[in-house]
Write a protein of this length. Structure first.
Length: 332
């Protein structure tokens, strides 16, 4: 007897239901075990969505059957690994960074399920959870054409009696503050995840997101690249995203080319290739790829830019070089 039939549609429906339940529970004003339940549901949503992606591509989601035992479906770690190995991550979703984000939440979930998490970890996990929802929305939309946002009928504005924790401060080592050993170990694990993503050229913005909530007129917001969402029908609620270019855009031009060439096959890219793709794709006009301080002379580049260089074919680079070379001839 073969492995049981698995419906991709049912997997996707349940994945969406699990993530929506996580969002709803987190935003309840009074509930015990909030962080643990939310993270558990979010990780469950990812496992179901990853299995749906594998089945959509006709890949198995069961381990080989052992005699006398039932079929066992793969776990989260194997699902992440198989989606990566089979190149199923959509181009718009940074697979390596998204994997790091999901594993950070899975670590938190495992601690909660098997024992308990130390006080204070909920504030640390929040920016990872926020980015997890955004990554899930993008993944499910790109893979299955289903929009998580379509099921959320109002703009959520988390409020509390104390201000939200500054996750950047939590992730920095402060030798003057003695945190519980469990918190220190967990933060250390999160920092290693971020370091690994950055070292591999991944998009660290896909790992964790820090938000500020500002009550001000939309017309006063001049940094368009900071605006993430504006509540429809009201011009007084603006959600802005704090970014640190040292994390989101860590590469100089030479660093970017060197790392891209390490991951590419074929001829090595050079400064000419860099020039033509920046010209053709208008990369300097897109904060997702490029950033330059208003008083600085040099541009710096993101993990998304690195992935673009790695994934652009040699034929496309050659075509862009020809187009760049011939750009003035049509006017003669």
């Amino acid at each position: 007897m073969g492995a049981p039939y698995v419906s991709v549609r049912r997997l996707v429906e349940n994945a969406l239901a699990a993530m929506l339940a996580a969002i709803e529970i987190y935003n309840k004003p009074q509930i015990a075990y909030r962080d643990e339940i939310t993270v558990t549901l979010a990780v469950n949503a990812w496992e179901l969505a990853l299995k749906a992606a594998l089945r959509k591509a006709n890949h198995p989601i069961y381990y080989p059957k052992r005699r006398g035992e039932k079929y066992r479906s793969i776990g989260l770690d194997d699902a992440l690994a198989r989606v990566t190995a089979r190149n199923l991550w959509p181009d718009s979703v940074a697979g390596g960074a998204t994997t790091a984000n999901v594993r950070a939440l899975a670590d938190y979930r495992d601690r909660a399920i098997h024992l308990y998490n130390a006080p204070g970890l909920g504030a640390v996990i929040y920016p990872f959870m926020q980015q997890n929802v955004l990554n899930f929305r993008d993944f499910v939309f790109e893979m299955f054409g289903r929009d998580l946002a379509a099921s959320i009928t109002w703009q959520l504005l988390p409020l509390g009696s104390t201000p939200p924790a500054d996750a950047v401060r939590f992730l920095n080592i402060d030798m003057t503050v003695k945190a519980p050993a469990e918190v220190q170990r967990f933060i250390g694990d999160l920092r290693r995840l971020l370091d690994d993503v950055q070292a591999s050229g991944g998009d660290t913005a896909r790992v964790a997101t820090i938000y500020d909530i500002n009550m001000q007129s939309v017309k006063k917001v001049t940094s368009a690249d900071l605006v993430v969402a504006v509540s429809p029908g009201a011009d007084a609620k603006v959600v802005v995203r704090k970014t640190d270019p040292n994390q989101t855009h860590p590469f100089s031009m030479s660093d970017l080319l060197a790392k891209a060439n390490e991951r590419r096959t074929g001829r090595a890219l050079n400064s000419r290739d860099f020039t033509v793709i920046c010209w053709k794709q208008k990369l300097r006009d897109q904060p997702r790829y490029a950033w330059k301080h208003s008083n600085g002379a040099s541009w710096v580049w993101s993990g998304d830019a690195l992935n673009l260089f790695v994934n652009t074919s040699e034929a496309d680079f050659d075509a862009m070089r020809r187009e760049y070379r011939d750009r003035g001839r049509s006017a003669d």
